[in-house]
Unconditional design. Structure first.
Length: 352
């Protein structure tokens, strides 16, 4: 349906707001119920049935040949009909906060899919046909029951964001490095104890989230991730960081709190863009003076380590604003000396 300019002015100035929304919905081919959509299947481009308590989708949903976006979050869906795989023009599949435990085996037929959001469902495995999803850019699987990932997922060459927070994964596929377009990888809250060397091939990766796992060490090639800007490794079992980590010169945020790290490699002092370093609850007994001089460093958190003394001389960087040293065995005399070393910097010794 085409709207003339005069019709547009009539809608804008004379129709009540509720009717304006209806006209807008018709113009943009948005439908808000399955029943209404099935009455005009060829006119449906967006179907938004979020938060309606729906327990199942009908097989007839496959009749919506022009559907681009299916938005059905916050319902009670447990599965999807096989005919959903006939929606070959679908670009966005948005199904968070349901009870879905299995995806159709032929989901790979949806070759135009760019985004899949299945946050907070009960999925325990992914179909092998995932390797056909050539256009997928964002895959969000936060809060499901996955115990492994099929190697087929590594064929999604356009994938930019992969969210796997809080599943039950114990490892990462060795082929993960084939996801050359990946910019954000989220694996917090799993059971991962080892990272494959293939992860070092993700040269476009900017954000890597690995907190709350069982990781004991990082591969030596970790320094290859030269475009990394944010790294979360807190609440693991790390005892050291590889010396190559200093190659991450674009890194702005480093989170390695709640580990067992006894010392930092000297290469950390090459992280010229590092703004915030979260090093609390480790086993550090000292920190090199060069760390305080990093030109972009704003905040350094060293709570509850084994630090008794600071370096004899420090030249704090111009951006340094805050150092937190609570729960370290530092005498009052040493605290006074530290404050004099870094004038203008807020030094916090609070233990509560």
């Amino acid at each position: 349906m085409k709207f003339s300019f005069s019709a547009y002015l009539f809608v804008l100035f004379f129709l009540p707001w509720g009717n304006r929304n209806v006209v807008s919905a018709q113009k943009n081919h948005v439908f808000y119920s399955v029943e209404a959509a099935l009455k005009s299947p060829n006119e449906v481009y967006i179907l938004d049935i979020s938060d309606q308590g729906i327990t199942a989708l009908p097989n007839q949903i496959g009749l919506l040949k022009n559907l681009r976006e299916l938005l059905a979050g916050g319902n009670q869906l447990q599965s999807l009909p096989e005919d959903i795989c006939k929606l070959t023009r679908l670009e966005i599949l948005y199904l968070p906060n349901n009870k879905i435990f299995r995806l159709p085996e032929q989901i790979g037929n949806l070759k135009r899919l760019k985004e899949i959001n299945l946050l907070n469902n009960e999925i325990d495995r992914l179909p092998l046909s995932f390797n056909k999803l050539d256009s997928i850019e964002t895959l969000e699987l936060f809060g499901n029951n996955l115990i492994s990932l099929p190697k087929e997922i590594c064929s999604c060459s356009n994938l930019r964001e992969l969210g796997l927070y809080f599943n039950s994964l114990s490892d990462v596929p060795a082929c993960i490095g084939e996801l050359k377009s990946l910019q954000k990888l989220s694996l917090n809250g799993n059971r991962i104890y080892r990272l494959p060397s293939g992860i070092c091939d993700l040269l476009n990766l900017q954000e890597l989230y690995l907190a709350r796992n069982e990781i004991q060490s990082l591969p030596e090639c970790f320094g290859n991730l030269i475009n990394l800007e944010k790294l979360e490794l807190d609440h693991n079992k790390l005892t050291a960081l590889p010396n190559e980590i200093g190659n991450l010169q674009k890194l702005e945020i480093l989170q390695v709190e709640h580990n067992f790290i006894a010392s930092l490699p000297e290469s950390v002092n090459k992280m010229i863009h590092l703004k915030r370093a979260f090093l609390q609850y480790n086993a550090l007994s000292t920190v090199s003076p060069e760390l305080f001089s990093l030109p972009a460093l704003e905040e350094l958190i060293l709570i509850d380590n084994g630090i008794k003394n600071f370096p004899q001389a420090i030249r704090p960087g111009k951006q340094l604003q805050h150092i937190s040293l609570g729960f370290n065995p530092i005498t009052e005399a040493e605290r006074t000396r530290i404050r004099k070393l870094v004038p203008g910097v807020q030094v916090d010794f609070k233990s509560k």
